[in-house]
Design a protein around this ligand. Structure first.
Ligand SMILES: [Zn+2]
Length: 64
């Protein structure tokens, strides 16, 4: 499946800018598709973990 482009500091679920180091310190980083994604909070982290393909899909637009 084609994946959209997610910036290195973008939360792929909600589109917020995330400090990856801070996210890492809080355990809010996941590895997927050969790279790391940081999340603004536990909610986005869990949603992405359960279904990464949804959030990486070409047609997905992040929203809060
Ligand atoms: Zn988020």
């Amino acid at each position: 499946m084609a994946h959209r482009t997610v910036a290195p500091n973008e939360d792929p679920v909600c589109g917020m800018t995330v400090d990856i180091e801070q996210a890492r310190a809080k355990g809010l980083v996941l590895e997927e598709d050969g790279r790391e994604f940081g999340f603004c909070g536990k909610g986005c982290f869990l949603e992405f973990r359960d279904d990464p393909e949804t959030y990486l899909a070409e047609g997905y637009s992040p929203s809060m």
